[in-house]
Design a binder for this molecule. Structure first.
Ligand code: C2E
Ligand code: MG
Ligand code: MG
Ligand code: MG
Length: 291
């Protein structure tokens, strides 16, 4: 009886695994078609400078719309893109698209909005490099000084020398480098001195209960003071509530990103949002001026 149950369970798991494999293969094929037919889009999420109250920049996030008006989550399709190598053409496409969009936005509204773009460690292995960046900057007319590439700590675990040279060659184009999801990796902090990094993006996990949990606040405080002594900018990710924002203000964090201000939006939505936000922040400044 027990043996039979075990066998059934085995069959169940095998079946489930097979289904997962099938889904991956299917996703990969659909993703390839979506890329060819230009079916992917980019959404932009504002990053706010809470010291000046102004928009600092936007993060570009890849979106895959289905025919039914929904989106397939990046958490699901980015790993497929990485495993299949599709992340290389996808990443280059996104960078070009985002640089063009934000250049037009800046021109139209007279802004100097920064752009940040995720670069997966798989792109490093697949040959993403300074030549590609320069080409895209030239085609889009975007200034590399206004661009930040977000990498994850996992890449810093690879061969030290090769990664350092790669990062230095990227920096030499003028772009800035940020560590995304900071605090979730396993690497030692000493890399912050060795690698040419400009910015840390504190992972949402540390921000979630920053106003409830003393330990979380202590950790963020430590990250902020370390960043300060290394002259790094810090962006807090996933700020959803006023209480979290207040805590971050008290700790002296300058940049925040999260649903409290805005969700990621298509470029049309971003333009409207920016116009509204600029009006509000001007009015607030004006009010402060009068008071
Ligand atoms: P990420 O780079 O850490 O991006 C931030 C994620 O947090 C985004 O999820 C964003 O929508 C979400 N987020 C922002 N504010 C809040 C908030 O207040 N609360 C909560 N709960 N979430 C918030 P998204 O767009 O689903 O992307 C997930 C991940 O997929 C990204 O995490 C990034 O690692 C990857 N990804 C997305 N686009 C690209 C891309 O173009 N290239 C690469 N290589 N990876 C990408
Ligand atoms: Mg990111
Ligand atoms: Mg990321
Ligand atoms: Mg992140």
């Amino acid at each position: 009886k027990a043996k039979e149950a075990g066998r059934n369970q085995y069959h169940f798991f095998a079946q489930e695994m097979q289904q997962q494999v099938n889904r991956r293969v299917e996703l990969e094929q659909h993703l390839r078609v979506a890329l060819e037919h230009k079916k992917l889009t980019v959404h932009y999420q504002p990053i706010i400078d809470i010291v000046t109250g102004q928009l600092y920049g936007v993060e570009a996030l890849m979106r895959w719309p289905t025919d039914f008006g929904q989106y397939i989550s990046p958490a699901e399709f980015i790993p497929v893109a990485e495993e299949s190598g599709l992340i290389a053409p996808l990443g280059e496409w996104l960078l070009g698209q985002a640089c063009g969009d934000i250049r037009r936005l800046n021109k139209a509204i007279g802004l100097n909005c920064y752009l940040t773009v995720n670069v997966s460690s798989q792109q490093y292995r697949l040959g993403f490099n300074a030549t590609i960046i320069k080409q895209i900057m030239q085609q889009s007319g975007f200034h590399p000084e206004n661009l930040t590439l977000e990498i994850t700590e996992s890449i810093l675990l690879e061969d030290d020398k090769a990664v350092t040279e790669w990062l230095q060659s990227l920096r030499a184009t003028g772009v800035n480098l940020a560590i995304d999801d900071f605090g979730t990796g396993y690497s030692s902090l000493s890399y912050l001195k060795r690698f040419p990094i400009n910015t840390l993006k504190i992972d949402r996990g540390f921000i979630q209960d920053i106003d409830q949990n003393q330990d979380a606040a202590v950790l963020v405080n430590a990250i902020l003071s370390m960043a300060k002594s290394l002259s790094l900018k810090v962006i807090a990710e996933g700020v959803e509530q006023q209480g979290q924002l207040d805590s971050l203000k008290n700790l002296g964090c300058q940049y925040v990103q999260g649903y409290l201000y805005a969700k990621p939006m298509a470029i049309e939505g971003l333009i409207e949002w920016v116009e509204r936000f600029t009006l509000i922040s001007e009015r607030t400044c004006h009010k402060l001026w009068l008071d």
